[in-house]
Ligand binder design. Sequence first.
Ligand SMILES: [Ca+2]
Ligand SMILES: [Ca+2]
Ligand SMILES: [Ca+2]
Ligand SMILES: [Ca+2]
Length: 426
Amino acid sequence: MRWSAFLLCLLVALRALGGEFGLRIGQPTLDRWMYPFDFEPGNRVTASTFASFDSRFDTRDAQFLLGWDTAALVAPKAAPARYLLRRVRVSVTVSRDKTFFYDPTYDSYVTYMTNQPGYVVDGDLGRPIELYGAGFRGGFTAETFLENSAYGPLNAFTSSNISIATRNAFAAQFDARGELIDLANHVGQANATWTNAPFEARPWAVGQTTNAAPGELVPEDSVLTFELDLTDPLVVGYVQGALANGRLRFFISSLSPAQQATVGGTGNGGFGSYPLYANKENALYDPPKLELDGALITDEDSDTDGLPDDWERFYFGDITATPEADPDGDGADNRREYATGTQPLAAASAFRLLASTFDADGQVQVRFTTAPGRTYRVEVSADQQNWSPAQGQLTYPATGVAEFTEQRLNLPPAVPPFGFCRVVIE
Ligand SMILES: [Ca+2]
Ligand SMILES: [Ca+2]
Ligand SMILES: [Ca+2]
Ligand SMILES: [Ca+2]
């Protein structure tokens, strides 16, 4: 009794209330094979990912949802920008021997559209296994969607009444507006209810293994490791928001060919060559695993220099950094790097205005770099005294770059066009 009380205290003390954290969670809170015809969701010992080119089904037909609840290990409910990340890594164990070819690099969507214009032959054997964020619909959220929640809106469905793009949880990526979108049908799926144009997916990670060379069949018990792309502020922002929420959710998805005939659709149907992974219910193989290293930044500032201790330690290892210094020589001193959410030891990471122009109609366009966990708004002024918010749209045309276009002119253009704008970072 005494011993267990002590253990409890120790666990509480280990939870990161601030400062560095290093999670090694060898068991997910939930894992779910997200496939329409999984009639025992949450209980299966294996999950697979594959494509269907039958127009009745999502092209990314079988997906694998993974979730880790983190609130017991990293304090939730802080502002998302306070969670700084060094590494986010997910790994899964392959539970069937040599059923798919190892491809460690992304294949463009055009390599799947075998009988459509624009088709390009896949240049390397096999299909990559990809990791993405998780999106929810049908009233579900990361809180409420569980291992055994309903697949979609129908209580009972058959292969003829199920419709595409209706699954309640789906592999998702950020679109140009910075919103999470379902990418189940991005390679040119077409039917009466789905007429969207194809688009490129951008995996947050592609599964890597040392158990096979590219193009070789992957043996049973291989570990596929997904190292998250932390150069994308939107992806980092997703993980930050998940830690603040105490629930981290990812999807594994691949367009590996499934063993079924291609009915008037596109793609390499006909031969099964898809992977199988062990779920946490599987006693024979290691379960999916999360490794997450970072720091939670609290306000504590022992040397009262305006740079929080945790921030200084995260980047410099101690608290001797000064706000005026610019150790990476990018023109942004440490105070500014901290305020704008950029990295003080990386010259490529700094807030920069990349362009500010009037177009032919006198509409303002501003391009600038972005950082994780920050929001941006643009204000305009004729005299640099009175500022008003610009009405317009923020888009993310490239990784780490935002573009603001004013939709309704607040400031009539002078001749020649002249005015001031500023970007406010929150
Ligand atoms: Ca390939
Ligand atoms: Ca300080
Ligand atoms: Ca700097
Ligand atoms: Ca920098």
